[in-house]
Design a protein around this ligand. Sequence first.
Ligand code: ADP
Ligand code: ZN
Length: 751
Amino acid sequence: MSETYHLENMSNSDSLQQALKQYFGYESFRAGQREIIDASMAGRDTLAIMPTGGGKSICFQLPALLKTGVTIVVSPLIALMQDQVTALKENGIGATFLNSTLSGRETNQRSQAILNGAIKLVYVAPERLFAEQFLEFLNIIKNKMGIAGFAIDEAHCVSEWGHDFRPEYRQLSRIRQIYPDVPMIGLTATATERVREDISQQLQLQQPYIHVASFNRSNLYYEVVPKQGNEQTYVNLLRQIKRFQGSGIVYCLSRKRVDEIASRLREDGIEAIPYHAGLGAKEREENQTRWIRDDVQVMVATVAFGMGINKPDVRFVIHYDLPKNIEGYYQESGRAGRDGEDSHCTLFLGYQDLETIKYLIAQKVDPHTNEPLEAEQRIAQQQLRQVVDYAEGVACRRTILLRYFGEGFQGDCANCDNCLTPKPMEDWTVETQKFLSCVARTKERFGGGHVIDVLRGSRKEKVLQHGHENLSTYGIGKDHSLDEWRQLSRSLVHQGLLTQTTDGYGILKLNERSWEVMRNQRNVLLPIERDAEPATVKDRDAAKERPVDMDILFERLRLLRKNLADEQEVPPYVIFSNATLNQMAEQQPTDRKEFAKLSGVGAKKLEQYADDFIALILEHHLKYPPAEPSESNSFQVKSESISSKSKLSKASTQRETLAMYENGLDIDEISRDRNLKSATIWTHLVQLVESGYAINCDRLVSPERQTVIYEALEAIGGDSLRNLFDHLREEYTYDEIKIIRAIWQNEKDPL
Ligand code: ADP
Ligand code: ZN
């Protein structure tokens, strides 16, 4: 299939873009893709670092298609391999994988296909790569067709510093020794500097082109919702799921909680299933597949779930319990919105969870000696504090997250709760002064818990032991609850009005700004927790409202996609992404030429699916004629305005079309004159016939063609446009069939 695109003429940018459209259906490259692809095409080693959903795959897939020879893709997870190969095949690209799940016969067949030149991309697991037999096979490939390159997916697995080190990956440097001249590309979503350097070194990349994308995921909305007791928190969860729609994940801390939440959601009519390490391997896999294929909406899971899940249309990730660290939170929440569509990341903040995690951390012991692992415990505590910093912070959530990865962000993202609904602030200067002087009187040697105990007049042993019941600050804070003091304490640290040691002990120390507060030179404001469902989120959603008939069409398109997917036993997103379906519902293409313009429709998918979807859109138009005169159908348009306008003007606009037609203008002329799509003009004429107007159609469909369509109608009836279209061997357009069908129906049962 790559004959049309030879390396020589790929140097110009138009042809790269053409290939992107032809194979993948996309109009333009995302940030970074083009530069990475250019480097690969030039034969350079490359390191591509992009966040989840950044579009890494195309960076090695497109060059693989355009270069001569076979590209070997190393990928750690069998599920991932299968997924990518399925998606490539849907786009008509020769790809296959070799791994331990295949029988000897299957392996032979696939090897044969590779040597026959039918395959451009071969996915292998790293352990297979170094099997003697495979190395020999590689050599044959090299001699027969050439090896275009090696692509190392999830390249962070090579690093011990990463969160997912795989010893098999360590061997990859051997490939370099065997094939020093074959270019290599490493791809990962790892955010830390240390791992990046390690990858470059371990893979022995030679003067690589390195692309580090921003880790800002601008389509994700971040919010934190305080827990309000078990019942209310569950109700808030339910409300969120109902509001978000689409696929989602709910992460919980324990298996027990996973089971509990999944079954409660089911009782409340949400299709939810559980996933955790306590389930059998078979059940886990089944549940995963059902969720990926959109048979169920919500996966309730422990963090065991999600690694290597490629589902691009996850609309929300809710952390029902507190995550253990920021890196984990970024990766887990980042499973939302890979497709670039708006998605929600919600974190429920509960202080009870905080205590649970602290308890778990305190349980970390050496399995052999049973001694507490102090260093590990301290790191875990510090990580937990960073999570709380994020959750309680009043600054832009993105700024806090990205700062963690060393990326500066200017704030004010307009897509997080803190930016959209800043928390109201209350003056807590006097309380702060009490708190700070208690820190001073206890000699800056304790953490927040002890200081609060003293303030609240506790008789705990630790208080008495230090004689702290004799301090002047003892018991002066009884007028506030434990939680309120805790919140103040944490907030003072966030605001830099108090310093906390980062050695894991979290000792509170006064700083310059603390003294300013004590000297009455500075006021302290404390953010007040807001309600669970901020109003602005609703406003934000409302802005995207679209006409009802588009929503109806979208649902029908989705159903069709699901049926096609089930027939082929693939996930629906492999057929078309939600972004493509949205565009389809918005633009409502009624012929192949227009259909081909949709983003996500390449040559193969046009061939395979256009007619099914067009037929559905045409059926839809019978009931909901395309909106007009606004041809842009923008999402911003409010539903009432469009539907009432179209109702009001429907009759008159049809009559205008009729008048022009009867004056001898043809469809194209009317379309141009009225600045409407020709599909709209066709629809007018069909509707006029349906409502009883006798129109002479000879100028629309030649009499000979009319006869053939009549015959088809007599033979198989007029119920299904699609069947008629097929019956007529696709030689007649849907518009032709529709207008003759309308006349035929009128003749059969006159109004
Ligand atoms: P990553 O591996 O970086 O997480 P993927 O390669 O899976 O990301 O791409 C994420 C999504 O973005 C996929 O649905 C993919 O088809 C889509 N995508 C990639 N590149 C483009 C592009 N240039 N235009 C539109 N969509 C794209
Ligand atoms: Zn923000």
